[in-house]
Design a protein around this ligand. Structure first.
Ligand code: F6P
Length: 539
C-alpha cells in the first residue's frame, strides 16, 4: 500500500502546516513537562524524545499511519516466518536466533530452534577450547590471534560488537577483522603475528564474495608458506561461517570446522548467528548469552508493546516525520562512548542497505523519500569536527545521542566531563542562543549574527547505565526494528540488496582489463581512460 494514499498521511501533511512554525522551544513553553511526558523508560533504557518538533497530536497521527499501514500484522508476519523478503523468496528470522524463551518455532512444518541451538552449542564448545588454550594449531601451540575475514554483514556487526565490549574481552587473545580487498588491510593485520598461533575465521554467507575469498586465499598462502607447503595446516587454522557448505569444503576447510546458518538470516542481521563466533571467542559464551538475551528482550518488547509506547516504532515514526514531512535528508548517530565508535558505521549498513530503495512493493518507483543517509561519530570527537554544521548550518539533521551513566574506566572526572558535553549539546541544539541573550553579554555588535544559535535542531537522547552485552543487544535490536518499521511504512522491501550487484558485475568485467589485454575501448571514454591510466602507471 502506498503510504501517501492513507488518511493519516494527508492528516499529517495538514498537521505539518499547522505546527511547522512552532519551534522546539515553543513546544517546551506550551508543555513545560515535556522532559517527563516524552520520555520512555523500559528495558533499562531511558529514551527522551522531548526535544523534537512535535506534540501529542503528531504522535497520534504517526501511530495512525502505522495502523493504516497494518504495521502490527507485518511485525507478526516477520516473527512467524512468513516469506516477507519476497524478491528473494525468503523468511526473515534473525529474531529466532536469539529466541531464548520459546520451546519451538515451527516454520513450513519444521521446528527451527533445535538446529539453532545445535550450532550455538557447537560455537560454545569450540570457543571454550580456543579460550582455555586446549585447541591447538598445526604445530601444537594454543591459539593467540583470531582474524575474521569477512565484509559487510560478515564483518561490521562482529567488529562493532567486539570493539564495544572490549572490557569483556579475553586477556590473552587478539581479535582482528580484515574486510577490504585492499591488500594493505590484510598485510597490516598479519604483520607481527605468528602463523602457528593464528586462527582464521572465513565469514561469508555466500562464500563467493570477492573481497573475502581473495583475503582467505592470501591468508591460506601465508599460513602454508610458514609450514613449508604443508596443506594439512589449513584444517587446524581455518574455520568457516557460511550457508554454503559445498564451497567451504572446496576451499579445503575441515567439514567439522564449518559453523552454518541459513538463508533466512540476512547478512546485515546475522551477528547473533554463527557469524557472531568472533564475538563469542572474544567475550566468552556467558557474555554472548547476555548479548542474545538483550536482543531477545527488545524483540519481545517490539512484538508485544502497543505502538505508541513501543521504542523502535516511536523512533521509526519520528524518523518518518522528519524524512517525509520536514524534508530531512540525513540522520546522525552520535554515541558518547569511545567503545561505540564503530556503531554509526555498523548502522549505515543496517539502515542504508535495507531502506536505500526507490521501488515499492508493487514494482513502482516511489513518489516519496525513503531511507535517510546515516552517519556519525563518537562524542566528544564529533564536536570538534562537524558539530559546527549541526548547530549553525543550513541542513536539518535529526540526531540520536547515546550515553551511559557509568564508565568502564573510573579515571578522574573524565566521565562527568563526557556526560556534561552529551547533555549540553542536545540543550544547545534545541534551544540555541538568541540575540536577546547575546545582548546581555558584552559582545561586539558586528559579531552578534555569528554568535546566534537558532536552535530548533531535533535530537533523541538514549541513556542506559553501562555499555554491557545485555544493553548492547537491546540497542542493536532497537535499530534493527526501527529499520523494519520504516521500510514497512515506506512500502519497500527492506531485506534484499539488489543495489549492490551492478558494481560487482562491472568490477568483474573490468578486472581482466586491468590484468592486461588490449587497450580499453569497450567502455565509455571516462572508464577507458581510467583503465589506461592504471595500466600506464603501474611501474
Ligand atoms: O555486498 C553486499 C553484501 O551482499 C551484504 O549484504 C553482505 O552482508 C556482504 O555483501 C557480505 O556477503 P557474504 O557474507 O555473503 O560474504
Amino acid at each position: 500500500m502506498n503510504p501517501t494514499k492513507t488518511a493519516a498521511w494527508n492528516n499529517l501533511t495538514d498537521h505539518y502546516d499547522q505546527i511547522k512554525g512552532l519551534s522546539i522551544a515553543d513546544h517546551f513553553y506550551r508543555q513545560p513537562n515535556r522532559g517527563d511526558e516524552y520520555t520512555l523508560q523500559s528495558l533499562g533504557l531511558h529514551i527522551d524524545y522531548s526535544k523534537h518538533r512535535l506534540n501529542q497530536e503528531t504522535i497520534r497521527l504517526l501511530v495512525k499511519l502505522a495502523e493504516e499501514m497494518e504495521l502490527s500484522q507485518a511485525i507478526l508476519a516477520m516473527f512467524r516466518g512468513d516469506r516477507i523478503n519476497r524478491t528473494e523468496n525468503r523468511s526473515v528470522l534473525h529474531t529466532a536466533l536469539r529466541d531464548l524463551s520459546s520451546s519451538s518455532l515451527m516454520v513450513a512444518g519444521e521446528d527451527l530452534l533445535p538446529e539453532i541451538k545445535r550450532v550455538r552449542q557447537q560455537m560454545e564448545v569450540f570457543s571454550e577450547m580456543v579460550r582455555d588454550g586446549s585447541y591447538l594449531g598445526h604445530s601444537g601451540k594454543p591459539i593467540r590471534h583470531i582474524i575474521n575475514l569477512g565484509i559487510g554483514g560478515s564483518d561490521l556487526g562482529p567488529a562493532m560488537v567486539c570493539q564495544a565490549l572490549t572490557p569483556y574481552q579475553h586477556p590473552h587473545l587478539t581479535v582482528d577483522f580484515v574486510s577490504n580487498v585492499d591488500g594493505s588491510h590484510l598485510a597490516q593485520v598479519l604483520a607481527g603475528k605468528s602463523p602457528d598461533q593464528t586462527l582464521f575465521i572465513v565469514a561469508s554467507k555466500t562464500f563467493t564474495t570477492q573481497e573475502t575469498m581473495t583475503n582467505a586465499l592470501s591468508a591460506k598462502q601465508w599460513l602454508i608458506n610458514h609450514y613449508n607447503g604443508d596443506q594439512k595446516a589449513v584444517a587446524a587454522h581455518f574455520i568457516a561461517l557460511s550457508t554454503n557448505q559445498e564451497a567451504v569444503c572446496e576451499f579445503g576447510i575441515d567439514p567439522k570446522n564449518i559453523f552454518v546458518f541459513w538463508d533466512w538470516v540476512g547478512g546485515r542481521y546475522s551477528l547473533t548467528s554463527a557469524i557472531g563466533l568472533s564475538i563469542m571467542l572474544a567475550i566468552g559464551k556467558d557474555n554472548f548469552k547476555s548479548l542474545l538475551s538483550g536482543f531477545h528482550q527488545m524483540d519481545r518488547h517490539f512484538l508485544q508493546t502497543p505502538l505508541e509506547s513501543n521504542i523502535p516504532v516511536l523512533l521509526a515514526l519520528i524518523g518518518i516525520w522528519y524524512n517525509n514531512f520536514w524534508g530531512a535528508q540525513s540522520h546522525a548517530i552520535l554515541p558518547y562512548d569511545q567503545y561505540l565508535h564503530r556503531f554509526p558505521a555498523y548502522l549505515q549498513q543496517t539502515d542504508m542497505e535495507s531502506n536505500g530503495k526507490s521501488v515499492d512493493q508493487q514494482g513502482k518507483v516511489t513518489s516519496y523519500q525513503t531511507g535517510a543517509v546515516i552517519w556519525g561519530e563518537a562524542g566528544t570527537n564529533g564536536q570538534h569536527a562537524f558539530y559546527q554544521l549541526l548547530h549553525q548550518g543550513t541542513k536539518l539533521i535529526p540526531a540520536d545521542f547515546i550515553a551511559f551513566t557509568k564508565s568502564h574506566h573510573q579515571m578522574g572526572d573524565h566521565h562527568q566531563k563526557l556526560l556534561s558535553n552529551f547533555i549540553a549539546q542536545t540543550r544547545a541544539l534545541a534551544f540555541g542562543r538568541t540575540v536577546e541573550k547575546l545582548s546581555q553579554l558584552n559582545i561586539p555588535k558586528e559579531l552578534v549574527p555569528y554568535k546566534v544559535f537558532d536552535g530548533n535542531r531535533p535530537t533523541t537522547s538514549i541513556m542506559a547505565q553501562q555499555l554491557n552485552p545485555d544493553i548492547l543487544g537491546k540497542l542493536i535490536a532497537l535499530y534493527e526494528h526501527k529499520v523494519f518499521v520504516q521500510g514497512h511504512i515506506w512500502n519497500i522491501y527492506s531485506f534484499d540488496q539488489w543495489g549492490v550487484e551492478l558494481g560487482k558485475e562491472l568490477a568483474g568485467e573490468i578486472l581482466p582489463e586491468l590484468r592486461g589485454g588490449l587497450a580499453g575501448g569497450e567502455f565509455d571514454s571516462s572508464t577507458n581512460r581510467l583503465i589506461n591510466y592504471f595500466r600506464e602507471h603501474q611501474s
